[in-house]
Structure formats: C-alpha cells, structure tokens
Design a protein around this ligand. Structure first.
Ligand SMILES: *[C@@H]1O[C@H](CO)[C@@H](O)[C@H](O)[C@H]1NC(C)=O
Ligand SMILES: *[C@@H]1O[C@H](CO)[C@@H](O)[C@H](O)[C@H]1NC(C)=O
Ligand SMILES: *[C@@H]1O[C@H](CO)[C@@H](O)[C@H](O)[C@H]1NC(C)=O
Length: 594
C-alpha cells in the first residue's frame, strides 16, 4: 500500500489522448497474443486522429473524401515523415553540436582522470573514498579500463588512450583464479576488447580477446550446453551460481552472441559461433507460444523454468540481441527476424500498457502465480525498470530494419517504407521514449531505478492528482527505497541517441542535454569522478561511493554520439553490444543453421 507522499505531483504529459480513461484490464492478460494490444493501438490511433481533426476544424469533409489524410496525419504525429513527393530515401547529414559534444567529452575526462589517479587498473572505482576495488580477491580483469577504451577512441582522447593501451599491453591478465560472471565479463571486457580491435586493427586487442574467449568457453560445458552464470578464468571452468538454484538467466545466456560471433568471424574459429548459436537454437526449440521468454532456464535440460516475464533485469537483452543478431549479419539470418517478430508481437499483446490518467505508454511484467485450484495464472505487475528504457530505441531500430519494406529507409521513415509491424513498433518506440523521459520529472531531473504505474486495483491512496507513475515505498521520513536510486545508467540516453539518428528530431538532443546537465549538477564529484545518488527526489543529493563502469562505456558515449556528427559510427555499419561497444556489421559466410 502506498501513501500520498509518494504521489507527489508530476507533470502529466501534454498528450490529451482520449484513450486515457479506457479500462486496461490489468489483472488477467488473456492467452490470446495481440488482441488487447492491437485494440489499444487502434483506439489510440483513432483518438489521436480525432484530436488532429479537431485542430484542423473543417477537415471532416476532406477526410470523408480521402481517408488517407487521417493516416498520414497520425503517423506524422508519431514522428513519421509523410509520403511526400521524393522517392529517394532522405539522408540525414546531421552536424555535430560541437559545444555540447565537447562538454560531454570533458565530463568523460573528469571521470577517467580521477579513476586513473586513484585506482588505475582496478576493476571498480569509488570516487568519494578515492579508492579502487577488484571484483574478486584474485585480482582485476580490466573491467573499467577495457570498458572505457573505445569511448576514448571515439572521443579522440589520444593521450588517455595511449596510457590505457599501455596498461592493457603490460598489466592486463586473465590468469585470475576466481569466479567471474560469464555475461558481465563477456559484454564489458570481451566486448570492449573486440570494439577496440574493430576501431584500431591493433592485434593486441584481438590476442587478448582470444585469450579471454577461450577461458570463457568452458562455461558452455553443461548438459544442455547453456553457459553457467560464472566461470573461473584461470581454471577454465564453468561454475554454477549458488543463488537461483543453479538456474541461468535468459538474458545472460542470450547476450553473448554478438561478441562470440564476431570473435569467430575474426579468427575463423567456428567453435565460438557454434557455442552461442546453440543457445539460440535451444531457446527457439522451447517453442515460446507467445514469443515471450521467462527469465530463468535450466542448464540441465535446456528448458524454461516457470518464472517472471519482463523486459527488465534478466529479460531485457534477450529481446535486444534477437534484433542485433539479425543486424550483425546484415539482415541475412531470417531465423532471428522471425524470433524477433514473434517476441515483439508477444510484447505488444501482453506487456505494453497505457497509463490510466495521461495515457502514457509503459511496459508491465508478468508474474506467474498458482490459484487455489493449482493452475498457473499470470499476474500483470505495472513495474518498469530503468533498464527497460533501452527498448524504445530498440523498437525504432527494429522498425527501420526488420520492419522496413526497403533499405535504407528515409530519415525519419515514411509510413510506406514500413510494414504494418514496423509501423506499430515505431510508434510504440516513440511513445516509450517519451515515458522514459517523463520519469526524469523528479527533484533532480534524474530517473529512478524502478517506477510503478498506477492501475485501478493498486490501492494506492490519496493524492487526487492525476498522475501515472510513482516510486514505490518512497516516504519523506523513511530511508529511500532501492527503487529511488540513480546509478548513472545509460538506457534512456541510449534510446535518445538511436531516436535522434533515425529521425533527426532535435527534441531528442534537447532531452539528452537536460539529462546530461542533471548528471553534472547532482552526480559530479568536485575532486573527480561521478557518483550514484540514492534518491532522485531529494536535493541536495546523497551520494553513494560508486562510479559504475557503464558511465564511461555507455552513458557518456551515447551522450557524446547524440551530439556528434552522424558520420561517426553510422547505424548502417555498426551494431552496439549491450554495453555500448560498437561492433561492425559483418559479411559473414556463416549463417544461422537452425
Ligand atoms: C586489483 O588487481 C590488480 C591486478 O591483479 C592489482 O594490481 C591491484 O593491486 C588490485 N587492486 C586492489 C585494490 O586490490
Ligand atoms: C582495419 O582493417 C579493415 C580490413 O582490412 C579495414 O577495412 C578497416 O578500415 C581497418 N580499420 C582501421 C581503423 O584501420
Ligand atoms: C549490407 O547489405 C547491403 C545490401 O545487400 C549492402 O549494400 C551493404 O554494403 C551491406 N553492408 C555491410 C556492412 O556489409
């Protein structure tokens, strides 16, 4: 039960969607994929059309004579370009906003130089105590250094880069006798090395990547060939995590593929490719009837375990990498497009919801529960992790690739360039980004780790102020709940970067600049570095003594690229791994074999 306090006034969005008051039937999603989602979508479309028409006044007659007017207007409203005369796709040619771009670069130096001064080579950095720590007692594996290298290259920080490279050449070793998380080590360290290699052709990085990849490979030695959560890098042995009963996270096992496939491509060693492709085959053969995947699998039998379905933690990058595997091999592996399409249909049918007051679009989670008769029922939980904010940009990227009828599409795409699915995904993506931006409407201008959305049955009392989201458990007199933190996460600015590249709409730069300024105001530590804050709704802020490595690898990189010229890392040639390490789109001879 929440209280009035947590329902402080938030600005409600400007949208006057007439769909607002429609009941969302939050409690029992039907077993019919799509029905609900497409209904909501239709009504959103028609209501938006209604408003546009009202504004246009006498247009009704025109519409009667030419219904296409409505469609075009609606799509434009959602960020589409209309199908005006030109037939050739329009190109972007965005110029850099040099001042803002360089401000982001200065922020990166502020972070890096403090780390280098206080903790060079340590895995993690604590900017308030000016100390570094390693993930394990055995010693560091270059978690922060390797995660930051490609950002230095992209920003043209030559001196910092030279010193980081020297550290990799002289100090980095993976001969550490301890257990490391398979997924995190792959996306941050292997991904960072591969990206550094792609940007330089310096064999140092490829040699290190091969060494690390070979040490991770034994993780795949389980009966179902699903990788264990942990791996001992010195002993070259997969290790089952003690928590979660030895189960593996769906997102963790399905977010190694870009990295190992690129490594296979560079080395002509198919074993890497086989190992990660086999995971995808196993997931596919579990026949996901709704396209949605539960967050745990059993490495003994390769089956899904009854558990939550969500786009947040342990689920998120499964969906991200379905699309990105399809992108990585230049839209040639249709099995990933099929899986991605099925997943997006499932997401629209079951997880996409509209806020009851403002109509803001958000994603829910599904929690399995047994009813008194012992049957499984899925309860809808209107909870959205900040992690989910990658999804708006991902949907838009999917729309212009998987959902396009021709390549490349215009910037922004015209409706006629997209399939019906592409149009649907584009629209949802645009709306979800708006929602994520709105969750920055806090005292600090930073978004919390987790937000909940109001539903009729939530028993949240008081307030009377129509608003759609709140931070659960936030009370003025109590310690801030875990949900209220901002830990320098990148997902919203990641989506802003992609949305800007695909639309050229300056509002995405404005949103990003505001978020950057909030980070500068509230997270920057004067003596160097940036720190997490424990409550986005409290000013002055209380810091936590931690600077996550993804600040330098993702948050500041995406902000920099948002203000950079669009010839830098074009999305038609690069695909970003889930830690924002760019990998080239490859022309691989090898194609999915299932
Ligand atoms: C972290 O590990 C590295 C490499 O093994 C070592 O040089 C460094 O002293 C360690 N740092 C801390 C804080 O223990
Ligand atoms: C690296 O080598 C590839 C293949 O020869 C080439 O296409 C690419 O431009 C090179 N990249 C750099 C940064 O030198
Ligand atoms: C991807 O395929 C398109 C069309 O076949 C081609 O023009 C483009 O050069 C390819 N891109 C890469 C990076 O290989």
């Amino acid at each position: 039960m929440a209280s009035e306090a947590e329902l402080r006034k938030r600005n409600t969005p400007k949208s006057t969607n007439a769909d607002l008051k429609s009941e969302q039937k939050e409690q029992q999603p039907k077993a019919k994929p799509n029905a609900e989602g497409s209904r909501a979508q239709e009504s959103a479309l028609s209501s938006t059309a209604f408003i546009v028409l009202a504004v246009l006044g006498a247009a009704a007659v025109l519409v009667y004579l030419n219904p296409a007017v409505v469609t075009e207007t609606v799509y434009e409203f959602f960020g589409f370009d209309t199908d005006a005369a030109p037939v050739e796709p329009t190109r972007a040619g965005f110029v850099a906003d040099v001042e803002k771009r360089d401000a982001v670069k200065a922020a990166f130096r502020h972070a890096w130089l403090a780390y280098e001064r206080d903790a060079m080579g340590d895995d993690e950095y604590h900017p308030i105590s000016h100390k570094g720590t390693n993930l394990t007692e055995a010693g560091g594996i270059g978690y922060t250094v390797v995660d930051s290298i490609d950002t230095m290259l992209i920003m043209g920080l030559q001196d910092e880069y030279e010193r980081a490279r020297k550290w990799v050449a002289e100090k980095l070793t993976f001969e550490q006798d301890a257990n490391f998380n398979t997924f995190e080590t792959t996306i941050r360290v292997l991904g960072g090395l591969l990206s550094a290699y792609a940007l330089t052709n310096d064999s140092l990085y490829l040699d290190k990547a091969v060494d690390l990849g070979d040490r991770i490979m034994p993780a795949f030695d389980t009966p179902a060939r699903l990788p264990t959560s942990m791996v001992n890098l010195a002993q070259r042995k997969g290790v089952r995590a003690e928590d979660n009963k030895g189960l593996v996270s769906t997102a963790e096992i399905s977010t190694l593929q870009l990295e190992f496939r690129y490594l296979a491509y560079l080395t002509d060693n198919d074993e890497y490719w086989d190992a990660v492709e086999n995971v995808m085959r196993t997931i596919r053969s579990s026949s996901l009837t709704t396209g949605l995947a539960s967050i745990f699998m059993n490495p003994e039998d390769g089956r899904f375990v009854l558990s939550a379905i969500r786009l947040g933690s342990r689920g998120d990058s499964y969906y991200e990498y379905l699309l990105k595997q399809y992108l990585q091999t230049n839209l040639t592996e249709n099995v990933y497009q099929e899986m991605y399409n099925g997943a997006m249909d499932g997401v629209h049918g079951h997880l996409i919801k509209k806020g009851q007051y403002s109509g803001m679009t958000y994603t829910s989670e599904l929690i399995p529960e047994r009813n008194p008769r012992g049957e499984i029922q899925w309860r809808l939980m209107p909870k959205q992790d900040h992690l989910v904010c990658f999804f708006g940009g991902s949907l838009m990227l999917g729309a212009v690739t998987s959902g396009a009828v021709r390549h490349p599409v215009s910037i922004p795409p015209r409706p006629s360039e997209l399939t019906p699915r592409g149009k649907r995904d584009w629209q949802t993506g645009v709306e979800l980004i708006e929602t994520c931006v709105q969750t920055h409407d806090t005292a600090t201008g930073l978004a919390p780790e987790i937000v909940h959305f109001r539903i009729p049955s939530d028993n949240v009392v008081g307030s009377g102020v129509p608003q759609d989201w709140y931070i659960k458990g936030a009370e003025p007199w109590a310690p801030a709940p875990y949900d209220a933190r901002y830990i320098l996460r990148p997902e919203t600015v990641e989506s802003l970067f992609i949305a800007y590249r695909l639309t050229g709409d300056d509002k995405y730069r404005r949103y990003g600049w505001k978020i950057f300024q909030a980070i500068e105001t509230h997270c920057r530590i004067e003596s160097g570095g940036y720190a997490s804050i424990i409550n986005v709704d409290q000013v002055p802020v209380v810091h936590e003594d931690k600077m996550e490595t993804f600040l330098m690898s993702e948050t500041l990189k995406y902000l920099y690229l948002l203000f950079e010229d669009d010839s830098v890392l074009p999305l038609s040639e690069w695909v970003f791994n889930t830690e924002a390490h760019p990998l080239p789109i490859i022309d691989a001879a090898r194609k999915a074999n299932f």
